[in-house]
Ligand binder design. Sequence first.
Ligand code: SF4
Length: 287
Amino acid sequence: MSENQKISEPEILIELLEKEQPVVAMLAPSFPIVYQYPNIAGKLKRLGFAYVVEVSAGAKNTNSAAVEILTKDPKARIITSPCASFVRMIRTKHPHLIKYLGFAANSPMVATARIVKEKYPGHRAIFIGPCNAKKLEANEDYPELEIVSVTYKQMKDVFAHFQIKDEPSDKNAKFDIEETNTRLYPISGGLAQSSLVKDLLADDEVEVVSGWQNCEEALKRFETNDRIRLLDILFCDGGCINGPGIESPLNTDQRREKIIDFWKKGAELPFFSAIKKMLSGLHKSKI
Ligand code: SF4
């Protein structure tokens, strides 16, 4: 490899694992589309991860911060910022809207990496998720956290490199940090739904949008309609469940079902009823 040639994220991960460096896997909430739980936690530990945590844990902090921004200032208006592709579109095409991006609410990946740094000092945080753009967010926006971001597709090669296959014993594994109530995050409107922000704001103050082809129109509406206080927006159709780093034969509805099924398994009952009510209105969002 020449000096100028950059080492890829999967190669960095392979090197860390070969050198038996302490690493923590942060599994994005879209993982039930490609992996089974708890088996994946066991498989990642056999690969060499010291701990396996859910990125839903960080999403809980993202939600709290978003709610705080909206409640502290009744005039506050925010555009959600967990989607790295959308953030880059704003920066390059609509820089005058940067001030609305809710960076005070760290993305779930970043919020989870901060949890990992605090709870497991000396460990490197490895984000495993559906998105290539997360690599840019990690390297360009938060280099101090030293997050290594790999996609599910790339993880296939990492498992193959170390010849790690599925084992029946994996079913006894579990997450070291879990958070059940934010497991809906990868579905379009995940932040608005799971933060219960819809309880705080009127229907016409929240707009949920997904799909790159809908972003420009959504931004026009946000700019011309001051009533919209929260624009919850993701670049991929239907949300991160259709991220480019996912390899799956499932269609969008089937992927959404996988996420909802996994969430249902763990959601706390009062929260479950509240979200169930909201999910019945999900089809009304612009997804
Ligand atoms: S919506 Fe797509 S581009 Fe945006 S963070 Fe999710 S997977 Fe990445």
